[in-house]
Design a binder for this molecule. Structure first.
Ligand code: GTP
Ligand code: MG
Length: 196
């Protein structure tokens, strides 16, 4: 199969937004261990095949070889601000936005989302069990940057407003990924429990 740009299905930029304070977790959850590996490493491994990889975090907080460090445009203002920094640092096109706390995402999860992109779409998001689109573990187009900046300027902080609903492609949870996110030590324990 010809592959002119050499990236196959991975023709999007990876971004991990990692500037949070882990208040509910009680210590830096990016560095918490699951199966002997930091959550941040699980998240990064699923996106390692992206040609460009961005880590939006306070300078020097983490070391992730092969990932470009990007400083927050508005430190401490939340994941919507992390998305603004990522969209601003990425080349024009699509960005896969993950949190540090989604260790169940896999390469196949991301290629499934990439395969659901349309020419008109501005975001691709997976529906949770209650039918709500999940804005982390989602794809965003860089053309959303002016909208995201305007929202932030207006005081908005909800990541789920980053894309206009009519331009979000939604899909059922792919079997290839577990979207459970870790906010507390109990959430992590539930993932470690083989029955969980
Ligand atoms: N770049 C950046 N990322 C952020 C910021 N705030 C939160 N995040 C990240 O967004 C993702 C989801 O956020 P949360 O689950 O609320 O994580 P958190 O804010 O560290 O945790 P809590 O303090 O318990 O809310 C995580 O990967 C966080 O690191 C921020 O101000 N800047
Ligand atoms: Mg938070």
């Amino acid at each position: 199969m010809p592959d002119p740009d050499g990236t196959g299905p991975w023709n999007f930029t990876a971004a991990i937004t990692a500037g949070g304070q882990s208040r509910r977790f009680g210590s830096d959850k990016a560095l918490a261990l699951l199966a002997g590996r930091a959550l941040l490493d699980h998240v990064a491994a699923a996106l390692e095949q992206c040609p460009r990889r961005l880590l939006v975090a306070p300078p020097g907080r983490y070391t992730l070889p092969g990932w470009t460090s990007v400083a927050d445009t508005r430190p401490g203002e939340g994941p919507l601000a992390g998305l603004e920094a990522a969209l601003g640092a990425a080349p024009p096109g699509w960005v896969a936005l993950s949190g540090v706390d989604l260790p169940g995402l896999t390469p196949a999860y991301w290629t499934t989302l990439a395969g659901a992109r349309t020419l008109e779409a501005l975001s691709v998001q997976v529906l949770d069990p209650s039918g709500r689109p999940q804005p982390l573990g989602a794809l965003y187009h860089t053309s959303l940057l002016p909208r995201v900046s305007a929202l932030l300027d207006a005081g908005e902080r909800r990541l789920r407003l980053a894309a206009p609903p009519e331009w979000i492609v939604t899909l059922a949870p792919p079997a290839s990924g577990d979207l459970r996110n870790i906010n507390t030590p109990a959430d992590l324990a539930a993932l470690q429990d083989p029955a969980g």
